[in-house]
Design a protein around this ligand. Structure first.
Ligand SMILES: Nc1ncnc2c1ncn2[C@@H]1O[C@H](COP(=O)(O)OP(=O)(O)O)[C@@H](O)[C@H]1O
Ligand SMILES: [Mg+2]
Length: 429
């Protein structure tokens, strides 16, 4: 497994855009009884189905999507991802729980308000693009604006701007049938962007694309996000896609969020065996950072040697330390936060934390700072009850929180090849 994980800046917090609490979606007869009945909620999915005929697609899920972040919902097929994202704008009606957008109760919205939400505030990009086949690229992109009632010349002008923005300049007059799958996906993306939504919701938009085009589209999303700082909720079943795109990842299993955290938290401190198994093949050195790997400065440390940012990956640190033949200092704003040496770096790669004085490594975040609720919080450093594995994970745990929006990361510029990708689709225009 190879990964290119963008460099992340230190954690900050931001206002929530979506705020979800205790959300349930149960399909089947008399669904409301399930969340309300502790006996039923305690059943496994199979037991629940045989006892009641109901499927709990989303089970007691809580999280915030912060302004400017890419919030990834990851899980295997059938884990409830699509149901969850559709509940956000009530394309699927939730069974229980609360959803707010900018503090406004989504479940209390009337039809007009909901329409406004879907057209203006939260645009959806789907896997099957849903482009209008007889319309040109430009008119497809302008479609959402047309529905909003934007006048013809203005919408064509704005559409042209977004066609160019997703790398399709010169193709305005083509029809979807004259585009590759990747290009079509770009049209869908431009269409969602053109309505200038506060949040973009992506439901596995790239799953149907072949791997190279898929990577180009991921880079495109990364670039657009970096340039515009737009809030995104991105659904995927693909771990490397999640790690690449996500500021934070909610990992779902059987309708529940089993862990919510930064890629570094998920890889460095898996909440349970399921998550641990999920991330087993991730190249840790490409996800974990110096902030996690460093040890405290000691009097014997030289005041020179290579300097690294706290967000530098362990892979980068290994190279720097190998070249210098000496430990590297982890520097932030002229201050030395700690030191990474051979032992620490090897330990991180191996998943083994070297002996370190208590309290020298930042405790994991999940419990304290993640706004989201996870059923299975990551173990906390210093928690005496933590299992051996948990203690190990805690030692490795990354710093809390989440990169700040907008400026928050200097992702490498990986512009797609001009003839590349595509765009996705949206329904809810
Ligand atoms: N309309 C529906 N009626 C009954 N069960 C559904 C419906 N939609 C989804 N489900 C079930 O809910 C669960 C979650 O589905 P889904 O949200 O589509 O998962 P994912 O997007 O993660 O693949 C699955 O068990 C699925 O079969
Ligand atoms: Mg799905």
């Amino acid at each position: 497994m190879t990964l290119t994980v963008p460099t992340r800046k230190p954690p900050t917090t931001a206002e929530p855009v979506f705020s979800v609490s205790g959300l349930w979606k149960v399909f089947g007869p008399k669904p409301e009884r399930v969340p309300a009945d502790p006996e039923l909620t305690a059943l496994t999915p199979a037991e629940l189905r045989s006892r009641t005929g109901c499927t709990a697609a989303v089970r007691d899920v809580s999280f915030d999507v912060r302004k400017g972040e890419v919030f990834v919902v990851m899980g295997l097929s059938g884990s409830g991802k699509s149901t969850l994202v559709r509940c956000l704008t009530r394309l699927i009606e939730p069974t229980a729980g609360t959803i707010a957008i900018d503090g406004e109760d989504v479940r209390a919205m009337d039809r007009a308000r909901l329409r406004e939400l879907r057209r203006h505030r939260a645009a959806m990009v789907f896997q099957h693009f849903g482009l209008l086949p007889h319309r040109t690229v430009l008119d497809n992109v302008a479609y959402g604006l047309e529905i909003q009632g934007v006048g013809r010349s203005e919408r064509r002008e704005r559409a042209a701007e977004f066609v160019a923005k997703v790398g399709l300049a010169g193709m305005e007059k083509r029809r979807p049938g004259q585009l590759s799958g990747g290009q079509r996906q770009r049209v869908g993306l431009a269409r969602a962007l053109a309505v200038d939504p506060e949040v973009l919701l992506f439901d596995e938009p790239f799953s149907a694309l072949d791997p190279l085009i898929r990577r180009d589209m991921q880079d495109e999303v990364t670039r657009l996000h970096r340039e515009e700082g737009r809030t995104m909720v991105f659904i995927t079943h693909d771990l490397s896609e999640a790690l690449k795109l996500g500021d934070r990842i909610a990992l779902m299993r059987d309708g529940r969020v089993v862990q919510l955290g930064t890629p570094e938290e998920i890889v460095g401190a898996p909440a349970d065996d399921y998550v641990r198994e999920f991330v087993r093949d991730v190249p840790r050195e490409q996800v974990l950072t110096c902030r996690t790997a460093m040890r405290p400065v000691s009097p014997e440390d030289a005041a020179h040697g290579p300097a690294l940012r706290p967000e530098a990956t362990v892979a980068e640190a290994i190279e720097a330390v190998a070249r210098a033949g000496a430990p590297a200092r982890v520097m932030d704003a002229g201050r030395c936060l700690g030191v990474v040496d051979h032992d620490r770096l090897l330990g991180v790669v191996a998943g083994v934390t070297p002996e370190a004085p208590a309290g020298t490594i930042t405790a994991p975040a999940s419990a304290g700072t993640a706004t989201a609720v996870s059923d299975a919080p990551a173990p906390v450093a210093g928690d005496a009850s933590a299992s051996a594995a948990g203690a190990r994970a805690a030692g490795n745990a990354p710093a809390p929180g989440n990169p700040a929006p907008g400026e928050r990361r200097d992702r490498r510029d990986r512009r797609p090849a001009p003839e590349a990708p595509a765009s996705s689709t949206r329904e809810a225009v």
